[in-house]
Design a protein around this ligand. Structure first.
Ligand code: CAO
Length: 416
């Protein structure tokens, strides 16, 4: 089956997570993604946290599937020459080097645009161009702090907390992918390439927009009625950490189920959504709460919400997280078990949908990865193994018109 991005050639000048997550997505959808890596070492994640000696680490394999690998020293004149040829026939160049690295290499936006005016140049940086921190190198957790996630995550009596979700890295890569696709559609209309830039700080903040909503509400009224601090606690002039309260305003909490004493994940997330109150009362065997003025409205419940959660935990005490959800789903109550990575890895539904996939790899044997979370009616993205370092160097160079002797010479001077 042909894929929508077939025929789109992408120079993947990315490393670590933010950039590779973007180009991997585009490769799944059919783009020809050529990862350009430094000869001898390649993307640093090939070596990071290895679980099998001499085989690419999972960090690399899980972010670089469906790509080709070309080794090229782009600081050597011969390597630059190869890159220039590649640029002339590519549609997109994606990079996430530290600030100024591409310019120092001699490939500023102006130069790239001169080499190929139709090419889209897409970049991830920690902070946006012109920002007072735009000289900083940035990793995931730094971005979560700079983008407002850390100050609003965790419990009010603990420090700012980092989320396990890659809000700074993969999330920024997804934003960049949207930008690239938009620029490609724009190019169809104008015939011109353009620069697409996404900062990690901006991408984190974009996902924290309800907290910016809350900051404005707090400044206007002095409290946030859906936060656990209301009405008994204190508010300062900044959005506090709300523990497990729902960011969207639906009261909810992580509640203990049978076995929590020994299993750190025997919990469900239980929401007390306004419209679900009546079914909740029925499910819990508390029909008297339905019309009780102390429970009837969200506002009335908030002062004693933890007492309500305590009652629900009493109901959950003899039910596993799975049994509880099986009962609650019949009442249309939004809830879910707190699932571990082990449970997700073995989840038959995720395997069937292609969200968890097993990929054969030349050196590792097979490994699990997360496949495309986006499903299409006319296309099933297939995940193929990440490339070995330089696996496609000869193929790509031959495609650029280099002879076997040229390729040998490039190897001799260690340009590839
Ligand atoms: N041939 C020759 N040189 C190469 C090369 C190649 N194929 N590929 C990269 N290089 C060089 C670059 O030119 C650069 O050299 P100079 O600094 O001398 O100009 C160097 O390798 C890469 O530098 P870097 O700053 O990108 O790498 P780093 O390990 O010091 O920093 C990171 C890593 C991620 C902090 C930084 O790249 C960064 O801030 N990127 C932008 C934000 C980002 O994407 N962060 C997310 C990473 S995922 O957690």
């Amino acid at each position: 089956m042909s894929k929508p991005l077939e025929g789109i050639k992408i120079i993947d000048f990315t490393h670590v997570q933010a950039g590779p997550a973007c180009t991997q997505l585009l490769a799944w959808f059919g783009a020809d993604v050529i990862k350009v890596e430094r000869p001898g070492s390649g993307d640093v994640t090939r070596n990071q946290l290895r679980d099998i000696p001499d085989a690419d680490a999972l960090y690399f394999t899980m972010l670089n599937s469906n790509k080709k690998s070309l080794t090229l020293d782009t600081k050597k004149p011969e390597g630059k020459e190869v890159l220039e040829k590649l640029i002339r026939e590519s549609d997109v160049l994606v990079e996430n080097f530290g600030p100024g690295a591409l310019d120092r290499m001699g490939f500023s936006w102006e130069r790239l645009n001169e080499l190929n005016p139709k090419m889209i140049v897409a970049s991830v940086k920690g902070f946006s161009d012109g920002h007072h921190y735009d000289d900083l190198k940035v990793y995931e957790n730094v971005a979560q702090c700079a983008g407002g996630a850390a100050s609003t995550t965790g419990f009010w009596d603990g420090p700012p907390t980092i989320s396990a979700a890659a809000l700074g890295d993969s999330n920024t890569g997804m934003h960049l992918a949207i930008g690239i696709l938009t620029a490609l559609i724009g190019r169809d209309k104008t015939g011109k390439g353009q620069k697409v830039a996404v900062s990690m700080q901006d991408s984190v903040l974009n996902l924290c927009r309800v907290k910016l909503r809350d900051q404005q509400r707090l400044e206007r009224v002095g409290y946030l009625e859906e936060y656990p601090q209301y009405p008994h606690g204190e508010f300062s002039d900044v959005v506090p950490r709300g523990g497990n309260a729902g960011g969207g305003g639906q009261p909810g909490w992580v509640l203990k189920c049978k076995g929590w004493e020994t299993d750190p994940n025997a919990y469900i997330y239980f929401t007390i959504q306004g419209h679900a109150w009546e079914p909740i009362c029925k499910a819990l065997g508390k029909p008297e709460w339905i019309d009780d003025p102390a429970y009837k409205t969200a506002e009335a419940r908030q002062p004693h919400i933890f007492e309500i959660f305590g009652t629900i935990e009493g109901w959950l005490a003899d039910k596993t997280k799975f049994e509880a959800v099986d009962i609650l789903r019949k009442f249309d109550i939004p809830c879910a078990p707190v699932l571990t990575m082990k449970e997700l890895a073995n989840d038959p539904s995720l395997r069937a949908s292609g969200t968890i996939v097993e990929v054969p790899h030349k050196k590792r044997g097979s490994y699990l990865t997360v496949g495309s979370p986006i499903k299409f009616s006319d296309m099933k993205p297939e995940v193929t193994a990440s490339p070995l370092l330089g696996e496609h160097t000869d193929e790509v160079l031959a495609g650029l018109g280099y002879s076997r002797q040229d390729i040998f010479n490039l190897r001799e001077i260690k340009a590839v």
